[in-house]
Structures are given as structure tokens and as C-alpha cells.
Design a protein around this ligand. Structure first.
Ligand SMILES: Cc1ncc(COP(=O)(O)O)c(C=O)c1O
Length: 297
């Protein structure tokens, strides 16, 4: 992509608001050289960040794995995100309260001469921007999406929301190449997750997800799905899920910040369940829409 293709979107970089066209980082930023940084993607509904506290908690966990001190307090992050939400809404000629958007936050270790070991005393680079939410189409919601399966060849620290994402890029491209929505990954015969989404199995009226360990990124929707299931009286369980249990699921679901919850109705060309979005999806999706309006009671 050339710089001219970058849209005039507002962004924040190291204390200053500008646009994606104007903002520049050093070529020696360790995010660029080593992928040495972390990120968050926060959905915003009607101008309000959704589950912001959970995003901040995950940012803290990711940063502490990288031994980077969080350069800002949670209230400072909130103020920054609120300013960006306003700036993006204004760029559309809207009030913040009228817009849904997706805020991206990134913290890298900062700028230093190239050396793998962590240089002491450098200042983290803080970047944030916002854009529209690219939500699934009405057809994808009505019919479900097709996915392919693939080997999870990523590293063993998938629980860190790191910007070192080559494994996810290569995995996602396997599905992009055949026009599928996601790559559902398996490690040693067990389900891990999608290239950029968590994956859920519904069987016998239960929702089952992979264990929250180092092989999976704990999406913010892990906690949310558990709450939505509790609300809907659907048993929820985390355990190791064998490959055959995925292919013979009654329903298969993806979750992430922009897809929310999305039914998978074909995997490697085979139908999942009856090949249509099922009742568990319908219930959880309805609950999700209510949760966006107001916290679950
Ligand atoms: C590898 C991976 N797993 C899971 C998720 C879902 O996380 P969240 O629900 O916080 O969007 C993502 C998000 O993009 C991801 O990249």
C-alpha cells in the first residue's frame, strides 16, 4: 500500500493527534524491526467503548509478558480513547454518540539500535487509531460462513496479544486464498482457535471452548460468551476439543470484536450440523445485541 492509499483517519502517536497520512514512526522502532509490541482492538457502540476494563486488563497482561511498563494509567487510556472516538465521529460529521467504531491501540517497546535483548530505559511507542467496524454481511449472518482447517504452526505464546503476527497472517491467507472466512487451527489434533478469532463448538445443547492456556488468545468474548450462556441457561464448558468433535459439532461459532458471534456452516467443504445457523447461535447473538445496549443484569 502506498501512503496515498491511507485514508484521512484520525490517529494518536506519542502524545499528538494527527492522521494516518501524517503520523510517522522511526525505522528503528522495535515494533517495525522485531514485532516487539502488543495491541488491542476495542469495539465502540454509540460512542461507548464495549468491555473497556477487560481490554485494559488484557493489555496489562500482554505488556507484562513483554516486560514493558504500561506507559499510561487506565484513566489516561480511557481519556485518549474517548478523544479518538470523538475525532473519528467528527471526521464523519457525526456526534460520537451516533457512531459505532473500532479503536486500535498499539504499544511497542520503543526506538533503539538493533539488538535482540531488551534495551533498558527506552520509551514505549504509543499508537492508536479508529475506523468503522467491518461487520459480517446480512448474508453471512443468515447463512453462516465457510472456513478451512489448518495446522496451528504459531508459537507457544499465543496468549499474548502481540504484534508479531506472521503465524496468523500465513494462517489467515490459507482461507483467503479459497474465499473462506477463517482458518480454524488445530495443534496436535486439538482445536486452538482461528487466525483472528476464537472458535466455539455447540454439541448436545452445550457451548464448549478450548482451555484458556498459552496456546490460545483469550478473546474478550470468552468472558462475554460465558455470561451470555449463563443468561440463556446454556451449559458452558472449557476443555480440550478433538478435531472430530469440531467436524461433528451441532454448531460451530467464531467470535471476535468485529464478527461478534458468527456461525460457521461449512468446514473444509463439509456441512456443520444441518449446514445452517442453529438455535444456540440465534440465542447468543440476540443476547450479544442486548449486551451492546446495556450491561447484562
Ligand atoms: C488469534 C486471535 N484469537 C482470538 C481473537 C478474539 O479476540 P477478541 O474477542 O478480544 O476480539 C482474536 C482477535 O482478533 C485473535 O487475533
Amino acid at each position: 500500500m502506498t501512503i496515498d492509499l491511507l485514508p484521512e483517519l484520525p490517529c494518536y502517536l506519542n502524545g499528538e493527534f494527527s492522521t494516518l497520512r501524517e503520523a510517522k514512526v522511526s525505522v528503528m522502532d522495535r515494533g517495525f524491526i522485531f514485532g516487539d509490541g502488543v495491541y488491542e482492538v476495542v469495539p465502540v457502540y454509540a460512542g461507548r467503548p464495549f468491555r473497556f476494563a477487560q481490554h485494559m486488563a488484557r493489555l496489562d497482561r500482554s505488556l507484562s509478558e513483554l516486560r514493558i511498563a504500561n506507559p499510561m494509567s487506565h484513566p489516561q487510556w480511557r481519556a485518549l480513547v474517548d478523544q479518538l472516538i470523538d475525532a473519528y465521529a467528527r471526521s464523519l460529521g457525526n456526534d460520537a454518540g451516533q457512531t459505532d467504531q473500532l479503536v486500535y491501540i498499539q504499544v511497542t517497546r520503543g526506538v533503539a539500535m538493533r539488538d535482540h535483548a531488551m534495551p533498558p530505559g527506552i520509551t514505549p511507542t504509543v499508537f492508536a487509531t479508529s475506523n468503522r467496524i467491518s461487520a459480517p454481511s446480512a448474508a453471512d449472518r443468515a447463512n453462516g460462513v465457510a472456513c478451512v482447517s489448518g495446522d496451528d504452526f504459531r508459537w507457544k505464546k499465543a496468549h499474548i496479544k502481540s504484534v508479531s503476527m506472521l503465524g496468523s497472517v500465513l494462517a489467515r491467507q490459507m482461507s483467503a486464498d479459497v474465499g473462506a472466512a477463517e482458518t480454524v487451527m488445530f495443534r496436535d489434533g486439538f482445536l486452538s482457535e482461528g487466525a483472528a478469532a476464537n472458535v466455539w463448538v455447540a454439541r448436545g445443547g452445550r457451548v464448549i471452548g478450548p482451555l484458556k492456556d498459552n496456546l490460545v488468545l483469550e478473546g474478550i468474548r470468552y468472558g462475554l460468551l460465558e455470561e451470555l450462556c449463563a443468561h440463556a441457561g446454556i451449559p458452558f464448558e472449557l476443555r480440550r476439543i478433538a478435531r472430530e468433535d469440531v467436524f461433528t459439532a451441532d454448531e460451530l461459532l467464531l467470535s471476535n470484536a468485529s464478527k461478534e458471534i458468527l456461525p460457521v456452516t461449512r468446514l473444509d467443504g463439509q456441512p456443520i450440523g444441518n449446514g445452517k445457523p442453529g438455535p444456540i447461535y440465534e440465542k447468543l447473538y440476540a443476547g450479544y445485541q442486548r449486551a451492546k445496549q446495556a450491561p447484562l443484569a
